[in-house]
Structures are given as structure tokens and as C-alpha cells.
Ligand binder design. Sequence first.
Ligand code: HEM
Length: 384
Amino acid sequence: MRIFEPTMIQQIDIFIHTLLLSAQSQNPVNMTEKLKRLGIDTVSLLAFGYPLNTQVDPKYQFLIDAHTFGNYRVNLFMQFPLLKKIRIYNFLEVFFAKEVRRYFTTIENMIASRVAEDKHVRHDLYSIVADEMNSDGEQYLKDSKIWAEAGFFFPAGGETSSTLLAAAFFYLSRNLSAYDSLAREIRSSFQAGNEIKAGPILASCKYLRACLDETMRMSPPAPGTLWRELSPKDTSTEPWIVDGHIIPPGVQVGVNTYATHHNEEIFPDSFEFKPECWNNSNLSQDQKALMNAAFQPFSIGTRSCAGKAMAYLQSSIALAKTIWYFDFQAASGNLGKLGGGSPSLGKGREREGEYQLYEILSSTHDGPNLVFQSRVDVIGEISN
Ligand code: HEM
């Protein structure tokens, strides 16, 4: 994290500058768009040292929709494996041939330009894994591990963190007492915006962490069921037992994250945003242990998220810096409702105060639309 942090902060500072421009013009900001750009720019730099600059330049912004489309595709195949077997996607790709080619060419360029440099020219993810990846003499880039990792890394690292932050901005703009508590904590803990970085002060911001956790409890960025099945290579003679049931080979089991996070026995009033519950000293040890065990936005066990520390650090700094430099609220009228539920969206999506996620392995979402005001006493730190 020490190696990655300067890049994260550099990109967050660009994000803050784009918010400053919006504050000056008083135009509402669609946070999903802004945060997806922040996410993809950060990941491309950390993975391959490649500056996509989507926050300030439209050239590569198409990659964001391309990844969403790719996730839709993968998710469809996961839910309906038959679709992959009958290779219907080859047929679909004919319609999107130009976009698909543009996407592949960009990723190829990105990887090729990094591979052409010395492995250790900079501390990006490639420099850490390069020796492993080039060891098995892959001839074609698209068959290589680095290609597969790139395809995985953008959605895994860029989209999930954007979802967390978009949802956090949604909940804070609707829950004023949480907004006030967070603003008080951040504005009294730091002396200047450039102090907001990893360290004991950020770690002491317990309400900030509680806001992020409560956001992921209500709207987990990977909201679905992470299916597991016995490996075909498993040679054990012992049966695989889950919760007292023998699970035969070929049968998948999983626990849905969104459902677990809304189990009323563990999280009462589970559709209300209450960051306080994570720091509540009145809860019994048993209740706290139950909540912590049930809270699993990053999954648990050996295949749990490899980027958890990065996600917390990036989101904490981005949220804290925004609250340091600005005040914000939902845009007025219908524009301000974007992202929330509505009876017209159908059963289960009727709650106005719940940020709406659409599962595609990770999630798609839209909004919230927010209006920002610079805080006059601190904005001079960045606007001069
Ligand atoms: C709020 C942000 C994030 C959330 C909620 C999240 C969630 C998850 C979840 C649930 C899994 C398990 C998937 C499965 O078992 O099928 C996972 C795996 C993974 N995540 Fe994240 N993630 C986040 C951010 C990141 C970031 C920032 C990175 C890296 C830049 C990252 C890299 C990975 C990797 C490499 C794996 C695969 C681990 C393995 O299979 O061994 N994630 N993530």
C-alpha cells in the first residue's frame, strides 16, 4: 500500500479538481460516471503504469462501458452455462465487432507498452508478477496469464471500489445525521487536505470506516452468490459436507451476500443506513461477533478479495478528501432521485432510500446526482 498510495492520491486529487469545477458551475454531478473514471484510471496505473486519463480526457472512456458489457457477458455465462457452450456470444460479437476490436486493441497496446519496458522500471503490479507470468513461454498475448489478469483486474479493482464510493455518497446525501457525524470527524481530525493519507490519523477515523462498512453491508459491490463446487481434481475420499449436507461433485453451493447482509436477526432494520451500529459499545460481544461473521463484502477464506486493503485505503482517502473540501447534497427534483428505488422499478426495488445495484457479478448502477459547494475556509488549499 505504501508503494501504491502516491498513485491513488494523485488520481483522487484529479477527482477532487473535477469536483471543484462542478462546484464552481453548480452543475449536478453523476457520481457513478465520475467514480468509474477514478476507478479505471487508478487501476490502469497500478497494474500497468498506463495513464488512461479518463477523468480529464474522453479518449479511453469507452473502456468503462466495454468492461460493463464484458461483465454482463461473463455473468450470463455463469448463470446459464449453456449459452457459452452453444457459442452464442460469437454471434453477438458480430454486432459489436468494431467496439470489440477497439477494446482489444487498447488492452493489447496497454500490455505491449508495459512489457516493452524493463520489468522493474516502476512499482506497478506487473513488476511484481512479471517473472511468474513470463515463465511458461506463452506465444499469443490473448492466451497469456497477463491478458487474463488484465481482463479480471479492471472490473475487480476499478468497478467494485467505484460502486462502494457511489453508494456511500448516495447514503450520506440521504442521511443527514450520518453526514454531519462524518463531516465532524474528518474536519476535526486533520489540519489540511494534504494530510489525508494512510497513517494513524486516518486509522483513528472510526466513523469513516463505519460509513464504508455500513455502505457495503447495505449495498455490497459484489452482491450475488459466489458459487463454489468441488474441484474435478479433488481426490479426497471424504465427502464434502456443508451445513450437514453432503455436496456431490458438480453441485454448486453458495450464500448470497446481499441476503446475508439483510438478515434481520443479525442486522435489525437492515434497510436503514446506521453506521453507528459498527462502533456501538452497547452491543454484546456475541452480537458483535455475529455481525462481523455475517459481514462479508470481500468474501472470506482463501479466495477472498486480494485488494481489500487497497479498497479501504482508496475509498477512505477519496471520501475523506471530498468531505474535507466540499459540502454536498442530492440535486433537486427528479434528478436528485437517481440511484434510489421507486415503486415503478418493481418488487424489491421500491425503497427510495436504498441505492439500486444490478448484479453482473460485480454491479451496475447509476447516480446519485449530487451538487457540491466548496468549503470557503479550506478550498484555497487547492484552488490557488
Ligand atoms: C470495495 C471494493 C471491493 C470489493 C467489495 C471486492 C470484492 C471481492 C470479492 C467478493 C471477491 C471474491 C470473488 C469470488 O470469490 O468469486 C474478490 C476477489 C478478488 N479481488 Fe476484490 N473487491 C474489491 C476491490 C478490489 C481491488 C481494489 C482489487 C485490486 C486492485 C481487488 C482484487 C481482487 C482479486 C485479485 C480477487 C481474486 C482473489 C482470488 O481469487 O484469489 N479487489 N473481491
